[in-house]
Design a protein around this ligand. Structure first.
Ligand code: BT5
Length: 328
């Protein structure tokens, strides 16, 4: 949202304010005020006008202007009702030199997971990508995936959903009533115990000693029906857990604000991550690009390596698909 429109909106929220007074305050013409008001109405803001002037009556449920309005973080929000992939769009923006942009969509038609897997993204979700240019070496970039998981988990908890983090990039909700592992089964936790609420896909470009850009893609199953998502992934949604819809505007703002704070102090991310993690203290099987690592997950190390105590000693894992087996 441009600076003037922002100021018009701020004035209206303190309204009522007359068109001429606003024009004078902002140093613009009356017709410019009127154009801003009409543009805000078109974006879904309910703006009333009476003898006393304009006042803001309602903020839209979702959208770029809605999320930017009152957002306490220095990002522009580019919103799409529908787009193939917010990560792909953010990468394009990065190639054009942009930074500190959040690409946000109500629906994605070609959402991507890791390893080129599909990410199903129906209308009602929060599908977003944060593009920024941190001044760090490439090797540190994984910490931003952890930061995104912390931010999404905190926002979920503030919305009343007890989310936890599975290393490295999933936010889950435990459904304790559904299924338990049997005594002689030291294998996988029975399906239904942990359901996926959020997935994160981080992409980046740069030289070894310096990142050029990072795009952190976060897919939150917000107001979507889990039955519309791939059942093999054991999905859930904020709406399904809460039993009512979530305010996507506030959720997005909280998520982006927390991420903004964490990206400025990457060294503080791990402590918060540990607090929310469900992986630590579990027996895990991690499929890494170089083989399977199985053992007890005991800690996480900067910038995001999982420390696993195996029969052959301690190993650290940088990337892979992690499966929770049983508690240690
Ligand atoms: C992820 O991959 O979890 C990363 C997902 C990142 C999505 C965001 S949305 C905004 C941005 N734009 C994009 O195009 N992507 C990012 P992975 O760990 O590989 O998990 C993918 C697997 O999760 C799939 O193979 C399915 O089994 C499952 N899955 C697909 N859609 C899902 C959904 N909505 N909820 C839960 N699980 C899903």
């Amino acid at each position: 949202m441009n600076e003037t429109r922002h100021r018009v909106l701020d004035a209206l929220s303190d309204g009522p304010v007359s068109g001429p007074a606003l024009a004078e305050d902002l140093g613009i013409s009356r017709s410019a005020v009127w154009k801003h008001v009409e543009a805000l109405r078109a974006a879904g803001f309910q703006i009333e006008s009476d003898d006393a002037g304009y006042s803001l009556a309602e903020v839209p449920e979702f959208g770029g202007e809605a999320v930017e309005y009152g957002l306490d973080a220095p990002f522009d929000v580019e919103y799409h009702d529908s787009i193939p992939s917010t990560n792909a769009r953010a990468r394009d923006l990065a190639a054009g030199g942009a930074e500190d942009v959040v690409v946000l969509a109500d629906e994605q038609t070609g959402g991507r997971g890791r390893l080129d897997r599909d990410w199903v993204s129906p209308s009602g979700g929060i599908w977003l990508s944060i593009l920024f240019r941190p001044d760090v070496p490439m090797a540190h970039a994984p910490v931003y995936t952890l930061a995104a998981a912390v931010a999404a988990t905190r926002a979920a908890r503030e919305a009343g959903v007890e989310a936890t983090i599975k290393w490295p990039n999933d936010v889950l909700v435990s459904v304790t009533s559904a299924g338990t592992s049997s005594a002689d089964d030291d294998d996988v936790l029975v399906g239904g115990e942990e359901r996926k609420l959020v997935g994160i896909l981080t992409e980046m470009e740069g030289e070894a000693d310096r990142v050029s850009w990072v795009v952190v893609g976060i897919g939150v199953n917000a107001n979507v029906d889990p039955d519309s998502l791939p059942s093999e992934a054991n999905p859930t949604s904020l709406q399904a857990v809460r039993g009512e819809t979530v305010d996507r505007r506030l959720f997005t703002q909280r998520l982006v604000e927390t991420f903004d704070t964490l990206r400025q102090t990457p060294e503080s991310v791990l402590d918060e991550w540990r607090e929310y993690a469900t992986t630590l203290g579990k027996r895990v099987r991690v499929e890494t690009p170089t083989g399977v690592v199985e053992g007890d997950a005991v800690d996480v190390e900067f910038p995001g390596r999982l420390v696993v105590e195996t029969d052959d000693g301690r190993q650290t894992v940088s990337a892979g698909d992690c499966e929770h087996l049983r508690p240690v």
